[in-house]
Design a protein. Sequence first.
Lengths: 185, 354
Amino acid sequence: MKQELIIAGFGGQGVMSMGQLLAYAAMKEGKEVSWLPSYGPEQRGGTANVSVVISDSKFGSPVIDRPTSLIALNNPSFLKFEPLVKEGGDIFINEDLVTVQSGRKDVTVHLIPALTVANELNEQRTAGMVILGAFITKTGILKTESLLAALTYLLGKKKDHLIPVNRQAIVRGEKIIKKALSSIN
Amino acid sequence: MGKVLMKGNEVIGEAAIHAGCIYFFGYPITPQSELVAYMAKRLPEVNGLFLQAESEVAAINMVYGAASAGVRVMTSSSSPGFSLKQEGISYLAGAELPAVIVNIGRGGPGLGNIQPAQSDYFQVTKGGGHGDYYTPVLAPSTLQEIIELTSEAFRIADDYRTPVILLGDGMLGQMMEPVEFRGIEEKEFKEKDWATSGTEGDGPPRVITSLDLSDIKLEERNNRLQEKYSMIKKQEIKVDSLYTEDAEYIVIAYGTVARMVQSAIEKAREEGMKIGLIRPVTLWPFPSEVISRISEDIKGILAVEMSAGQMVEDVRLAVEGKTPVSFYGRTGGVIPSVEEIYEAIMKLGKGVTA
């Protein structure tokens, strides 16, 4: 199994951290992984993005031309990367912030009200985890426990009181996807 | 210690410390600043010395001083800053001082931009500064390989008393991959009986200089340097290859670009094209013989670079017209896509040469 994921949004939305969590979780599962950030001038006031490749076997390029999945956290990111997603791929969008719609019929668009869910959990910063929960559930590329272990490591001891709410956020993302999938089937 | 997730720039720093280098003189510049920051944090922890110099020129001359005293020492920069160090590198070569200089390349010429590029190939492989000298150049393509080659860079520097360049690009510096610091032991380094660390009256004073006012003596020094370079050419060439056994065509690429090339080659092989990859790991000395030999049995070579075509000149010198050589490159910090490289490969199969 191989996932080539681009996460894109405004600087400050947690794009890089979301990618880092996935990369760390993938490493802990013994998978091959690369994390490549955009570090150009576009980060200042514009969009930031990170390319994460996760694979069961060794791979060459860490650069993604045609992502198998896209996580878009704002309109400009969606418009920039939506056309690049591979046929049969998945697009996860933060429904609370992305207002434009995809015209593509050959990809699956998952509308995740990440901010709404995060606000319900009284922790706005978990919006990213809602989407990551949806992403790993749909693609099956990583286990929930690995993602939580990655978060525990990256948050450090001082912030481990935030783990339960993040777990809830992941589970909510998981539920949104499962519900959507069962309504299709 | 198992695998850790680190940025390429940080990996270089940690690998240097593992190789016994605890002296670093640097100056920040994107996209290598994380290396400077990492050393600032880590070196005090290992009783080393980190110093942020007032400029790249100052940093390279501090390296000259530390190397004269016989310690393992490193500095780093990115393209425009690396240009500023050229005078110092020439002095290190002339005075036969071991040191490791890192260049995490970015788009040029001039101030250019901060995106990845391989357009400093001429500068690093052909001397760079004034005078008849070369520096060994090591070009890792993965973060794990950085660890191995950083250690090698220090070994080569000490063994031959020469400055060595570790060449990467912004992509290599900025990306993260799991790495493992395995198989690196604390080694006893050979005593440097030439170092100006104080003789305490035992024997004649030791002098480190690149100055020789006598023409005959300076020619002797040059002859000695050339002998050293012949030795390095004989003993230190490193090259990696993939799918070359049945290959009718070969792509030659180094550093991170070799990874996009690998993906493009795998795609072309799925289409039935017999194509392989040769990846020079040392850019100087260049693996000319390997390329010369293989060029007798194949239908064509494609060189791919993030430059307007620099390494391809060394490829052509190695091939000596035995097989057609074409080139594909992007400049200005643009990373060539797997798709573009794949298309260039398919053109090669149709006998279209650039």
